[in-house]
Design a protein around this ligand. Structure first.
Ligand code: 13P
Length: 251
């Protein structure tokens, strides 16, 4: 059966000291509860090793927010999947819309990154989602289908089964404008049917599909109550321990 997961994406926020403090707070808060979902924090590269040293990895997963599309070599400023794995991280966000929009990440590049992450036993949290224009002109289901097909459908069923997907409508990210639970469910059910069409029902049913975009303690319960929504990828609200825990405990 698929897992429920709440993952934080800190993006380019917190100094090292602030980040280690936040990670410690989340780690401490998790000790006090019986979480009904897996909990992961995805942090800046600079914080990974230090955060790995202060969290209980049996209760709190750790991930990077990106990795390079090469294993090693003369790629100044890049951080590879083996480097991420060597810090103790177990996850990596790939294909976030901010990477696609601002850093030109194409499906071709993302395909390479997914393979490199899987080769290091990192679990990719693979993001997909439409922009506002695509929502409004009614092409959003097709857009997301194409993102999945182009970047992921060369994978074997076994490798596809190692992925976590995150549906993040770009118009809902950081805008305070959340997709309604019905909009999220429509897309998540669509994504699951696209996976089923390629890999069969079992792979589709076992795939965790997270929702991301202005998810908060006040709306998480309703969104997570939908049958095809298996948790959230949380931006802004993950930067405050109480808010993040408010979402974790929505399950
Ligand atoms: P917000 O929760 O800040 O809208 O960000 C969502 C997101 O992009 C998570 O990856």
């Amino acid at each position: 059966m698929r897992k429920n997961i709440v993952a934080g994406n800190w993006k380019m926020n917190t100094t090292l000291a602030e980040g280690v403090g936040l990670a410690k707070d989340v780690n401490e808060a998790l000790k006090g509860i019986d979480a009904k979902c897996d909990v992961v924090i995805c942090v800046p590269f600079t914080h990974l090793a230090s955060v790995a040293g202060v969290i209980d990895s049996s209760k709190l997963g750790l991930g990077a927010e990106n990795c390079a599309d090469h294993v090693k070599g003369a790629y100044t400023g890049e951080v590879s999947a083996p480097m991420v794995a060597s810090t103790g991280a177990g996850y990596v966000i790939l294909g976030h819309s901010e990477r696609r929009q601002y850093y030109g990440e194409t499906s071709e590049i993302l395909k390479t990154k997914v393979n490199l992450a899987l080769a290091e036993n990192l679990t990719p949290i693979f993001c997909i989602g439409e922009v506002l224009e695509e929502r409004e002109n009614g092409t959003f289901l097709d857009v997301v289908t194409k993102q999945i097909e182009e970047a992921l459908f060369d994978l074997s069923a076994e490798d596809f089964g190692k992925l976590i997907l995150a549906y993040e409508p770009v118009w809902a990210i950081g805008t305070g404008k959340t997709a309604t639970a019905e909009q999220a469910e429509e897309m998540h059910a669509h994504i699951r049917s696209v996976i089923a069409g390629k890999y069969g029902n079992e792979v589709a049913e076992n795939c965790s599909i997270l929702y991301g975009g202005s998810c908060k303690p006040s709306n998480a319960k309703e969104i997570f109550s939908k049958p095809d929504v298996d948790g959230g990828l949380i931006g802004g609200a993950a930067l405050d321990c109480a808010s993040f825990m408010g979402i974790v405990t929505a399950f």
